[in-house]
Design a protein around this ligand. Structure first.
Ligand code: NDP
Length: 486
């Protein structure tokens, strides 16, 4: 069966689809079959300029509206997304290869949640009144930053576009968004839907391209803020470029998060948590708990039950709703994952499950579990961004805490135990931004999401995001005469 996902044009700028065929060709590949499903073009400097100029114009109009009016547009967009959930989910599956079973519940719906939540908050973005004596007072105003640039990774193209656009727009900003060139299709639909919901043309533009287009957007003089979801090396480059012009940033970067399973954990829940922490979206989730520390006394039972349950994986056609494990999103990433599996074997880890690529044109690789992993091994130190779980044994709480924190990353962490005092003590001592007790990888829009250390700067979602897409103006108002020294 052939699939065609060719959009009307490559970019969505100033309320309409635009093409400039002189840009470098960007073929879009369906990872389940390796077939080309669309051909797009990278944005030329002229397209980038049009996007930035229309965003500047739209931002002036948009920020003059009340928060409640802006919120209404965002909530309308959320409703449209929910109405079209199936079509948007099929597109996300074609774009990423993720099973429809997942995309139907975790992608467009998560984007709609963000638009609904921040739509509701938009009218509540207010300042405060601060009395300072003698009738004088200061009032504060939370103002938009201007034009924000969003740059996305390829694992959650719809969700990432909405998680960035929703708080940015709620605060009165405009956004120019560059999807990963691997998954360029879904953000175009969000741009279309926002216009349909009543957003002024230019408020949310999508331009395609590789890192050079992202870099051009970051360094553009009209860009006030950059929000990137990507790897740590790209984050360092983008943050440096933004810092050179003192632009605001939010960085959502990679991780190598610890999931700690104590001897008193509910085994079935711990295994479920570890599965969700490693194999959802075929392991391409930044917050994955890929270092699974299991207490030595529970380890054999844990590995036995885990490998038994991995027998229930249904790998295959992602558009079949029975499939629960899809291909890797692109061939380059598949190669990276295979090379990490080889390194794991070379460095002495035991392959307890999987490890092999599935023959054929799709980018499939088995869910993989390594045991006997030590902290120094490459597979325990570097982010793999694929379905590779490392099981590490431990004996004491102090030991596992020190080992869990011994990483440059700090995105997420989880603990499974029935001892609540221990759960809070351990999570309290872990250096990570998004933590879990007796569950893993849930990201409701109401909760802040993001990392510490090399995993990021700033937070997405929740009321926290408002602070990252606005800045405060303080206004001192005098009630009396002005004293001066001469
Ligand atoms: P990359 O870092 O390779 O790319 C991220 C985005 O940045 C892409 O759109 C890329 O464009 C663009 N880019 C690359 N170079 C530059 C540059 N110099 N200036 C501006 N933009 C640039 O990440 P991946 O797409 O490979 O995504 C995987 C990574 O994302 C993983 O490390 C993962 O952990 C992280 N991630 C983090 C999340 C979080 O919330 N913390 C969530 C999801 C993923 P192009 O791809 O077109 O080259």
């Amino acid at each position: 069966m052939t699939h065609n996902a060719q959009p009307t044009a490559s970019h969505f700028v100033d309320g309409t689809y635009v093409e400039d065929a002189s840009g470098t060709e960007l073929p879009v590949i369906y990872p389940a079959t390796g077939e080309q499903i669309a051909m797009l073009h990278s944005a030329t400097p002229a397209i980038v300029e049009r996007a930035m100029q229309s965003a500047q114009r739209a931002q002036i109009e948009w920020s003059a509206m009340t928060g409640t009016e802006r919120g209404r547009v965002l909530r309308r967009a959320a409703d449209i997304i929910r109405d079209r959930n199936r079509d948007l989910s099929v597109l996300e599956t074609l774009d990423t290869g993720k099973p429809l079973q997942e995309t139907l519940v975790a992608d467009a719906t998560s984007g709609a949640d963000a638009l609904e939540y921040f739509g509701g908050l938009a009218g509540a973005v207010t300042g405060e009144y601060i009395p300072v004596g003698n009738g004088d007072f200061v009032y504060t105003v939370r103002e938009p930053l201007g034009v924000c640039v969003g740059i996305g990774a390829w694992n959650y193209p719809t969700q990432i576009a909405c998680w960035k656009a929703a708080p940015a727009l709620a605060c009165g900003n405009a956004m120019v968004f560059k999807p990963s060139e691997v998954t360029p299709l879904c953000a175009l639909k969000i741009a279309e839907i926002l216009v349909e919901a009543g957003a002024p043309p230019g408020l949310f533009n999508v331009v395609q391209g590789l890192g050079d287009v992202g870099a051009a957007l970051v360094s553009h003089e009209a860009t006030a803020k950059v929000s990137l979801t990507g790897s740590v090396p790209t984050g360092k480059k983008v943050a440096s470029a933004a810092a050179a012009e003192l632009k605001h940033i939010t960085m959502e970067l990679g991780g190598k998060s610890p999931l700690i399973i104590f001897e008193d954990a509910d085994l079935e829940n711990a295994v479920s948590g570890a599965i969700n922490a490693n194999f959802y979206s075929s392991g391409q989730v930044c917050s994955n708990g890929t270092r699974v520390f299991v207490h030595r006394s529970l380890r054999d039972a844990f590995v036995a039950r885990l490998t038994e349950r991995l027998g229930n994986v249904v790998m295959g056609n992602p558009l079949d709703e029975a499939t629960n494990f899809g291909p890797i999103s692109n061939a380059a990433q598949l190669g990276i994952i295979e090379s990490y599996i080889e390194k794991g074997l070379m460095e002495g880890a035991t392959l307890a499950y999987g490890g092999s690529r599935i023959a054929g044109d799709g980018y499939y690789i088995e869910p993989t579990v390594f045991t006997d992993v030590t902290d120094a091994m490459t597979i325990a130190r570097e982010e793999i961004f694929g379905p590779v779980m490392c099981v590490l044994d431990f004996d004491t709480e102090d030991e596992v805490l020190a080992r869990a924190n011994d990483t440059e990353f700090g995105l997420a962490a989880g603990v499974f135990t029935r001892d609540l005092a221990r759960a809070h003590r351990v999570i309290g001592a872990i250096k990570a931004g998004s933590c879990y007790v007796n569950t893993y990888n849930l990201t409701p829009v109401e909760a802040p999401f993001g990392g510490s250390k090399s995993s990021g700067i700033g937070r997405e979602n929740s009321k926290e995001a408002i602070g990252h897409y606005s800045e405060v103006k303080a206004v001192y108002v005098a009630a009396g005469d002005v004293e001066a020294p001469f």
